[in-house]
Design a protein around this ligand. Structure first.
Ligand SMILES: [Ca+2]
Ligand SMILES: [Ca+2]
Length: 192
């Protein structure tokens, strides 16, 4: 009897230790997540502080343009300025906090939206060369423009997707008259 009771206590302790371990792991994961979030907020805030020229706490399209041009130059050593169409497209996709949420669709970029835009622009810069090569490959009629049909073919080949996002990219890009390079990688980023 005493042996059975001791075994039961042992089993319970084992279970408790197991549960404790799960709780500890969960807390540690949350702590790491919060830490990462805090660091991201700090980075976003420092970017905001630097480019928020009128100090109203958000970035206007003009302020965002300066930020992205600087980023292209410093990170990629390339003088690439977002065009007006790029800005419209970026606002369309990210002026709401992106998929992660947190922001507002209010015509300005707040702290919670900055890193999504920066990430998308960084992706665009990285893929620029690849996409330029693709442009020559997919611009079948060689008119130096990718029409909707060509765009769908090229995007479909870039992004394996069974939800019809290639058509969405085509539509977004067409609506905003942006090149397929920007359309493709920005939409891809937005959908992550
Ligand atoms: Ca501002
Ligand atoms: Ca906003």
């Amino acid at each position: 009897m005493a042996v059975a009771a001791a075994a039961a206590v042992g089993a319970r302790r084992g279970r408790n230790r197991g549960q404790l371990l799960v709780v500890e792991q969960e807390l540690s994961r949350k702590a790491k997540e919060n830490d990462a979030k805090r660091q991201q907020n700090e980075v976003a805030q420092s970017i905001l502080d630097k480019y928020d020229a009128d100090k109203n706490g958000t970035l206007s399209p003009k302020e965002l343009k300066a930020m992205l041009a600087d980023y292209s130059l410093h990170r990629f050593k390339a003088e690439v300025r977002p065009t007006a169409e790029d800005l419209v497209f970026l606002f369309r996709l990210f002026d709401n906090g992106g998929k992660a949420g947190g922001g507002k669709a209010d015509g300005v970029i707040d702290r919670s939206e900055i890193l999504s835009i920066l990430g998308a622009w960084g992706d665009f810069m990285k893929q620029k060369e690849i996409v330029q090569n693709l442009s020559s490959k997919f611009d079948k009629d060689d008119n130096h423009a990718i029409d909707e049909e060509e765009l769908q073919v090229s995007v479909a080949s870039l992004i394996p997707c069974d939800t019809g996002c290639d058509e969405q990219i085509a539509r977004q890009a067409r609506d905003h008259k942006v090149g397929h390079a920007r359309g493709g990688c920005l939409w891809q980023r937005h959908s992550q």
